[in-house]
Design a protein around this ligand. Sequence first.
Ligand code: R5P
Length: 310
Amino acid sequence: MKLLTGNSNKNLSKKISKYLKSKLINSSIRKFADGEIYIEINENIRGNSIFIIQSISSPANDNLMELLLCIDALKRSSAKNITAVIPYFGYSRQDRKVVPRTSISAKLVSNLITKAGADRVVTVDLHAGQIQGFFDIPVDNLFATPIFARHIKKNLKRSNFICVAPDVGGTERARALGKILDCGIAIVDKRRPAPGKSQVMNVVGYVKNKTCIIVDDIIDSGGTIINSAKALMEKGAKEVHVYVTHGVLSGEAIKKIGESEIKKLIVTDTIDNQDKIKKASNIEILTISNLMGEAIKRISNSTSVSDLFK
Ligand code: R5P
């Protein structure tokens, strides 16, 4: 088994490689003067099982293309099998036609990855579990919930918790965390009047005097979470803590979170935003590296991945 990293999140790749005590493959990823990507694998990988680690994070188009070209280079170098380890699966938010005449990017990206030559995909907190079905190869969808639960148990005073889904789509995630923390859930009725804009219509559940723990897969502009936190505080919540797997954090998100009612935002390192986040006083990063490393080890040894979440 060997590991290859793309350029999107080398810090996470290094941590996974340390966990697995396995060096990263010697490779060069360069660009031609016009921006085209050029990949070269600088060591023999014939007959090896290769795990290529690459998030489809910003710049999403470059990182996606880099992933596809890496898979192609591995296939043409006679790798025995190729697993695309995609900590953040970008383009996953368009997973169906919400209005007529739009694309379904999650399906197109799944086709591209399969067609490039991947034999398996490992990812974390897919925006919608059904995206697994867009592939005709095995997909292991890992969850950050146990990492979040450990952090909550260690850092928050255990009193009157309620897990909150910031939209109806996040109900299952809130329920899973609520089950571990042995508390109830609330749901924010969110509407999107236009892409990138969110509006809270109502809060379903009783949050008065409770410590609210919002859990979500993605924080991008921050609108969903900031508006949810505001609505919860208006309904009498004691305080709001937020746990999000993928810290996309575009534009002014970090500044807006600093000025919001959110006591603390926790994200994982599926996206490498360390430099942007380090100045923010109310944002913390938890690493997902050991969980991903362990999943890779289990896939490589043909042992159970789902046992990690029991
Ligand atoms: C939406 O369904 C997702 O789960 C996130 O809630 C959403 O992508 C967050 O976007 P933003 O931070 O821009 O509101």
